[in-house]
Write a protein that binds this ligand. Structure first.
Ligand code: ASP
Length: 358
């Protein structure tokens, strides 16, 4: 693993002298975007593994040659979607309870305030590209199921089997071991789980019950775009749609502020409009890091009345228009990481666990 950029390296700078001036953090190795220094392109993904790095290099090739954030984000997301080993996104993603891989994806262009998304899309390996086409070639925002597939086919996408052998075996094992803690039960936050139990405590060795990727970028014009793409919660009910294709929940981008994306339990992200909330917080002067943590705090506060012990698994990522990044996850012992690519090269950034030990 390459050097991580630690949030401990943040140097806080006050920009402007007036009362209430923005306090903007600068991450060592990353330059603040400002008019005197010119716009520095940047691309990040919540995938901090090798595929995430490959995706960043692909996106960076586009950005470094003056390409748009929209194109960079799409091509980077496609790399992750096409990785058959990744059971959380695109081809190879874990299926729903019926063994069907249903993909969700959203796209947002912060420059034009346009957005597109697909939900429950079957048989298409790169839903991010379909979401981008919905954004660019229709006046609609969200297409679902059969309609989304019809749209993709009209644009020349080939139908393919998305269920890999690896994913099928994991699904069959889940079928064999179904328990009262599957998705037919009452909402997780109303269940009587003890502190150490998780929603998936019966399947500790099955990876990626959650998992999604967010890709966010700024191009050399200072335009901002984002994409979120996923196979969603594994073994979900047929037809279940998570937060990833919901604009404002799994993704939001605004050229004047920045962009944010979410992974984790989508139901909580939908109810909290988390990505929009993060962008609003950044608009109010919070750094991307602070804004991601603010969103987690907001979710916990919402649940305080119904179940103070409930801490849903969420991870948020964000960038602002100054080229700064942030990442925070709800609980756990390992800092969440994201991949970052700038003109200084590829690196990983360590985010914050907002509620360690929960
Ligand atoms: N947020 C996605 C969903 O709920 C899953 C994930 O990110 O793990 O569908």
């Amino acid at each position: 693993m390459k050097n991580s950029i630690s949030r401990r390296n943040f140097v806080y700078k006050t920009v402007g002298a007036s009362a209430g001036a923005l306090v903007i953090p600068s991450i060592s190795g990353f330059t603040l975007q400002d008019k005197t220094r010119g716009i520095k392109p940047l691309i990040i993904t919540s995938h901090a593994n090798e595929t995430g790095q490959k995706a960043m290099e692909t996106g960076w090739e586009i950005l470094k040659n003056g390409g748009s954030a929209v194109d960079a984000v799409e091509k980077a997301a496609n790399i992750i979607e096409l990785d058959p080993e990744d059971t959380s996104v695109g081809y190879g993603g874990l299926p729903n309870e019926r063994g069907i891989v249903q993909l969700d994806s959203s796209f947002m262009d912060g420059k034009t305030y346009s957005a597109g998304a697909v939900a429950c899309l079957e048989n298409i390996k790169t839903p991010a590209s379909v979401a981008k086409l919905v954004m660019q070639h229709t006046d609609h925002v969200l297409l679902v199921g059969a309609g989304a597939l019809e749209f993709a086919k009209a644009w020349g996408f080939q139908e393919e089997n998305l269920l890999t052998e690896k994913a099928r075996k994991i699904w069959l094992r889940w079928k064999e071991e179904m328990s009262p803690s599957d998705d037919w039960g009452s909402p997780e936050h109303l269940q009587n789980l003890s502190k150490n139990e998780t929603y998936w405590h019966d399947f500790p060795d099955i990876e990626h019950h959650y998992g999604t990727t967010n890709v966010l970028a700024i191009d050399s014009n200072g335009d901002i775009a984002g994409c979120t793409t996923t196979s969603g919660l594994s073994f979900k009910l047929n037809g279940r749609v998570g937060d990833s294709p919901i604009i404002g929940a799994g993704l939001y981008a605004d050229n004047e502020v920045g962009a944010a994306g979410a992974t984790g339990r989508g139901e909580d992200v939908i109810k909290s409009c988390a990505s929009y909330y993060i962008v609003l917080r950044m608009k109010d002067g919070r750094t991307p890091q602070q804004a991601c943590q603010d969103a987690l705090q907001m979710i916990v506060d919402r649940y305080k009345k119904v179940n103070p012990g409930y801490f849903p698994s969420e991870k948020f990522v964000a960038i602002n228009k100054f080229g700064e990044v942030g990442c925070a996850s709800m609980k756990g012992t390992r800092n969440p990481q994201i991949s970052v690519r700038t003109d200084k090269g590829y690196d990983r950034y360590d985010g914050v666990v907002a509620f360690p030990g929960k």
